[in-house]
Write a protein that binds this ligand. Structure first.
Ligand SMILES: Cc1ncc(COP(=O)(O)O)c(C=O)c1O
Length: 370
């Protein structure tokens, strides 16, 4: 559905209109300068060879150090696997952890590829609805209730989350992991939006359990979407199976991207400045949207998303998004892509662009709704 919105935006732009893009979930900034410089130097060096299936050893060590520096938690580099973005990590993780027919819980609203990749691999995604009273966090009780109805083999959660922008507190994550482990349900934590946490510091599942599988990426905090590089922290017994899978499926992750990714860690100052920009964008929206007429939205805890309830205006958020685009030239994503049950009541705004864009969007929405 978002593709419809995007093609409509292209038509408006081709006709000379100026669209504010709040539909795309990707940073406007490029990769850190340190990453670009390392990639240029590697290209000048000539050869770009395969790497080992688990990734360049120095990058794996650097990621392990990131866990020490950021969370004060010790993760052995032998458990780090470099992947083709977090998207590549899902495939490896699901193949290593599950068999066809296995049931894996995912939350609704949620990132659609979780359920699509599971389905493509012959697993059954089990959709569990989250609600505003738990800040859209999946609870241990809800997980165990689904498990009692029909046993689950796995569960996947993301925090900060897409599309809701909400985060799980450390307590919520701890108790969910404990519930999953007690019931023998494998736990996967999508931490792709870590680093973009505003309400409180995000906790990593890697510090809470050696049995959890953690997925992360250079796409969001490090602004490296197109480089296609991410990583996993995997439970020790899964290292070897995942190494074999990666070796057979892809041989290795693109070498140039791995070299750039390692250097990206030296560009944290630049990335923190970009994060401060998101924080300002978030403030503009949190203060501006209610004044413009959009008064109901979920707590914008992290990532760069704000999920707004537009049910006071429409029973079809796709039509709402199309009309807002055509008449106000503001592009946003209809919720139906993320939530088959209540998505028609919501739209997702991405605030990964400039604060000027956000201020202009708020003005246009206010005029349009008025
Ligand atoms: C929640 C979530 N997980 C994973 C991804 C995939 O990102 P990538 O494959 O670029 O790491 C995205 C992309 O938007 C996302 O929103």
């Amino acid at each position: 559905m978002v593709m419809d919105v995007m093609s409509a935006a292209e038509r408006i732009e081709a006709a000379g209109g100026h669209v504010i893009h709040m539909e795309v979930g990707q940073p406007a900034a490029p990769a850190p300068k340190t990453a670009l410089a390392a990639a240029r130097a590697a290209l000048d060096g000539g050869r770009i060879d395969y790497t080992s299936a688990l990734g360049i050893p120095s990058l794996r060590e650097r990621i392990a150090r990131h866990y020490r520096d950021t969370y004060g938690c010790s993760v052995d580099a032998s458990r780090i696997v470099v992947t083709t973005g977090s998207s590549g990590a899902f495939i490896l993780a699901f193949l290593a952890m599950f068999e066809p027919g296995d049931r894996v819980a995912v939350t609704v609203p949620g990132y659609p590829p979780y359920r699509h990749i599971l389905t493509a691999l012959g697993c059954e995604p089990v959709l569990i609805e989250t609600t505003a009273d738990t800040r859209h966090a999946l609870t241990g009780e809800a997980l165990l209730e689904a498990h009692r109805k029909k046993p689950l083999q796995g569960v996947l959660v993301g925090s900060p989350a897409n599309p809701t922008g909400t985060m799980m507190s450390r307590e919520a994550l701890t108790s969910l992991i404990a519930a999953a482990q007690a019931a023998g349900i494998r736990f996967i934590s999508d931490e792709i939006y870590h680093g973009l946490d505003y309400a409180f510091p995000a906790a990593t599942a890697a510090e809470l359990s050696g049995h959890a599988l953690v997925i992360n990426s250079f796409s969001k905090y490090f602004c490296m979407t197109g480089w296609r590089v991410g990583w996993m922290v995997v439970p020790e017994p899964l290292v070897r199976p995942i190494e074999r899978l990666q070796q057979n499926l892809a041989i290795s992750v693109p070498t140039l991207s791995q070299i750039a990714a390692e250097a990206a860690f030296d560009g944290k100052e630049e990335m923190e400045a970009i994060k401060r920009g998101y924080l300002e964008n978030r403030r503009v929206l949190i203060e501006g949207l209610p004044a413009a007429g959009l008064t109901k939205f979920l707590p914008a805890d992290g990532a760069f998303y704000l999920y707004a309830d537009v049910s006071d205006f429409t029973s079809d958020s796709l039509a709402f998004a199309k009309q807002m685009l055509e008449e106000a030239h503001v592009a946003a994503t209809p919720g139906a892509d993320f939530d088959p049950y209540h998505g028609k009541a919501f739209i997702r705004f991405s605030y990964a662009r400039s604060a000027d864009d956000m201020r202009e969007a708020v003005k246009r929405i206010a005029r349009w709704l008025a």
